[in-house]
Design a protein around this ligand. Structure first.
Ligand code: COA
Length: 324
């Protein structure tokens, strides 16, 4: 309006698998924002309506979006006004990056996979996860994707040749996305107690570095983060391997060229996923209140839609790093 940007919305379309490998076309709504002095004038609704029209013209079966449960404006706009229905409540797990590196257990071997190897393992082991993207190869080849690593126990007698698609009895895998390359975050306001906490712990750490205290980074200046995606594991003792991989990613962030900027490592997993017990995170920084809502855009999708929203998830959730 008069050369002032007053509202923005983004959307992406892709093919994903749902409910054990059926492929559907989905449209993701993200980045909806209206300038605060222009809210409640119908601009947000117009943007959503136009994006849905674009989805429909591209034969999209379902539109979906994510928000925080406590964001009443957004929940009300999507659920009450546009008829979206809640279908997942994933957890966002956040771990601060410290300059003290983790010592990874010497019994764990960590190896980087080639893109083709990673793609083949993902299709085989995560292909049935909800929202697994059919273009996983494009994600893995994207310049923001820093690589895929697998972990297994040294000397595992059931050793697998990952390159040929063989896996040991216990193994874990994840990929890393450098979100800091495209946008930075910054804490707008910090409470006095948060400031005091940050300052006092970093002071103690400077005086007693031998204690290797986990300090809270400075979030008041812009910072980037690594996003771990495609976390998967198999085997009764694979939880430790997941932890080992997460520690490896933390160390990678602590040692990277951009280490002043990468201040947190983040991942998002299904709310009921027991993976969260193996992924190091600070409760203080994490959120268990993410809310994903969905809407069928075609009549034929309506039956499947009620299954989506009424049955509890039976497969893990794949969170696409492009939508973070
Ligand atoms: C959410 C947001 C985009 C809404 O934009 P908007 O232009 O004010 O929305 P509209 O005027 O089209 O409102 C449409 C409906 O949304 C709901 N709504 C919007 N603001 C609301 C609020 N503050 N409280 C409760 N409901 C609200 C109402 O149902 C409203 O319908 P009504 O006006 O008939 O009651 C805007 O508040 C915003 O930019 N918030 C910050 C960023 C954000 O949270 N984005 C959403 C991320 S998914």
């Amino acid at each position: 309006m008069d050369k002032e940007l007053i509202g923005v919305i983004q959307g992406s379309i892709k093919v994903v698998s749902v409910q054990n490998h059926d492929l559907v076309k989905v449209g993701y709504v993200l980045g909806l924002r209206v300038a605060s002095n222009h809210r409640r004038k119908g601009i947000g609704s117009s943007l959503v309506r136009r994006l849905e029209e674009w989805f429909r013209s591209n034969e999209v079966d379902y539109a979906y979006m994510a928000t925080e449960k406590a964001n009443h404006a957004s929940v009300s706009l999507f659920m009450d006004k546009f008829g979206y229905t809640k279908f997942r409540t994933p957890a966002i797990l956040v771990n601060p990056v410290n300059h003290h590196c983790f010592r990874i257990s010497s019994s764990i071997e960590i190896t980087r996979l080639k893109v083709e190897e990673a793609e083949s393992l993902y299709r085989r082991f995560m292909g049935c996860s909800d929202f697994f993207p059919d273009d996983i190869d494009r994600i893995l080849r994207n310049k923001l994707s820093l690589g895929t690593w697998v972990a297994y126990y040294k000397g595992d007698s059931s050793w697998g040749d990952f390159g040929n698609g063989e896996v040991p009895s216990n193994w874990a895998m994840l990929s890393v996305w450098n979100s800091g390359e495209i946008f930075k975050l910054r804490l707008g306001k910090a409470t006095l107690s948060c400031l005091l906490y940050t300052k006092s712990w970093s002071l103690i750490d400077r005086v007693f570095p031998c204690l290797k205290l986990p300090t809270l980074p400075d979030f008041l200046n812009p910072f980037g983060f690594y996003f771990m995606y495609g976390v998967c594991h198999e085997g009764p003792f694979s939880g430790r391997l997941v932890r080992g991989l997460c520690e490896f990613v933390h160390n990678m962030a602590a040692k990277c060229e951009d280490r002043e900027n990468i201040k947190i490592v983040v991942t998002e997993i299904g709310g009921r996923d027991e993976l969260k017990h193996h992924i190091p995170h600070w409760k203080l920084l994490s959120s268990l209140d993410d809310l994903w809502c969905i809407k069928a855009l075609k009549n034929e999708g309506a039956n499947r839609f009620s299954e989506f929203t009424k049955t509890p998830p039976s497969t893990p959730l794949f969170v696409d790093p492009r939508e973070v």
